[in-house]
Structures are given as C-alpha cells and as structure tokens.
Design a protein around this ligand. Sequence first.
Ligand code: NAD
Length: 294
Amino acid sequence: MATIIDGKKTSQDIKNEIATRVAEIKTEGGKIPHLAAILVGNDGASQTYVGAKVKACHEIGFESTLVRLDETISEEELLAKVEEINANPDIDGLIVQLPLPKHISVEKVTDKIKPEKDVDGFTPSNVGRMALNWPAYVAATPYGIVELLKRYNIETSGKHCVVIGRSHIVGSPMSILMARNGYPGNATVTLTHSRTQNLKEIAQTADILIVALGKPEFVTADMVKPGAVVIDVGIHRVEDASKKSGFRLIGDVKFDEVAEKASAITPVPGGVGPMTIASLLYNTLLAAEKKVYG
Ligand code: NAD
C-alpha cells in the first residue's frame, strides 16, 4: 500500500508556519499582510471559494478585503477597481475570483493586475518569471504540488514525470516546474493532452504521474508503473446516498486500485485540494515582505 500524501495536514503545517511569521511581524511592528479579493456576481461555488480564502486570512492573522461587485458591472468599471487596488499601498495581494461574466475579458483583467500584487500567479509576468526560474508567484495548485513533493522528500531528479492535462493553471506550469533546474525539478517531463496518442503506454513509464485532466477515475491501475508517485489533481462530486450531504468527492485517479500499486499517492479529498489556499496565503506573505519583486 502506498504512502498517503496528506495535503490536509501539510496545508495546516504551512498555515501554522505563516501564522508564526505573522505574529513575529506584529511584534516587530511590521506590515501585516493584506489580501484583497474581488468577487463578481453570485456564483455559489465562487462565493464558497472566496469565503474560504477570507476565513483562512483571519485564522492566520492576515488582513483581508472582500470587494463584491454586481454581475452587471462593465469591464471598464472592473478594470478601474483593479487599478484602484493596484495603487493602494496598504494592500499586498489581489485576486480576482474566476469565472467572470461572459462580457468581461479574463485576459484584460488578469493583465491589469500589478504583477507585484498578483498572488494567484496568473499574470504573464509571473508565468514568465516562473518559466525562467526567477523569483515568482507560482499559481496555487502547482505550487501546492511542488510543496507536497518537497515535504514528502520525493526524489524528482532524473525521474520521468508524466503530466496529464495542459491547462494554464495546472498542467502546463506543472510541466515547467518539474523540468526546472532545482528541487523539485530536474525531471524528464512528458506533457500529455487530449491529442496525445498511446497515453496508457506513456503513463506506464512514469516515475511521477501528475493527473489533471478533469475526468473522474480516468487513471486506472493498468496505466501505472509499480512504485510510481501519483498526484491526483481532479475533483468531482458524485452522488452517494450513504453520505449525509448526498455526495462524495473523487479524483481523476481510481484511488483504491492505484494505491495498491503506487509508492505514494494523494487522496481526494485531502490531497492537492487543501494545498491551494495555503499556497495563496504563502504568496501573500511573500508579497507583504517584498520577497519576489524586491
Ligand atoms: P482543464 O479542463 O482546463 O484542462 C484539462 C486538460 O486535460 C486539457 O489540457 C486537455 O487537453 C486534457 N485532456 C482532456 N481529456 C484528455 C484525455 N482523454 N487524455 C489526455 N488529456 C486530456 O482542467 P484543469 O483546470 O487543469 O482541471 C483539471 C482537474 O483538476 C479538474 O477536475 C478540476 O476540477 C481539478 N482542479 C483541482 C484543483 C485543486 O485545487 N485540487 C485546482 C484546479 C483544478
């Protein structure tokens, strides 16, 4: 049976470390990290995500500002709001919760965020800095995976890492991070996607398999090399009458059978998911301490 890579515990460890640093900053009379979040409209899932981020800020002693805007807001008005927060010296980090209403360009809004405050790591400046192996705000999910690999001492140098999925927020940055000269990194990386042929054969050669394609239980035991490390990014709700909520969460990996074959695996829930907020908080601390752009 594989080692279970516990994202819930690791994310709590990171939050405790950040809270300790915030307490020190307070004692030193320094600047308390301040995260601002813009939420447009009333999407239920987005409200839950933003609510969790704001709550986490309070738990560890950060300041936070939630800016709620009506879904009818114009693109110009939203861009002006971003500019206003960019110019506010009290705010260290800014996130704009996605998705945005259809009449607003995500690219324009992302590009308007000052890179120094882009704690989601979505601006071209931060993606470029990450690719160059410069100090950067790395997007929360890839950063969370890197941190799990590090804290579980998983060897990556010279290993074959197969990434399934090439989205801008998970698969593509993950492939860049695993190929970087450093730790975690120095892996030989294969980035696969919906047009990849012989995916099963490629996956079978992976020492580290990172799965982010958004298809429930897509990766089965016959696709996994014995002893591989498997990172499951997928999250899906499936009906389950035995649960009080009426549903349970599963990943992109068929956990029970793959766990029999892998050397280490992230569960769903409790693996990659909980790491994302911890990563955002860490980036906000970096922003407040001016550790990325100086
Ligand atoms: P996406 O839909 O943006 O991208 C999916 C990628 O998978 C695409 O690049 C596509 O080419 C590839 N793909 C689709 N079908 C494929 C196939 N049959 N074979 C190989 N590649 C295929 O997805 P995303 O935003 O990267 O999210 C992926 C999953 O991770 C989703 O389940 C999402 O909910 C989850 N997710 C979880 C977290 C977290 O915090 N745990 C964060 C982001 C996303």
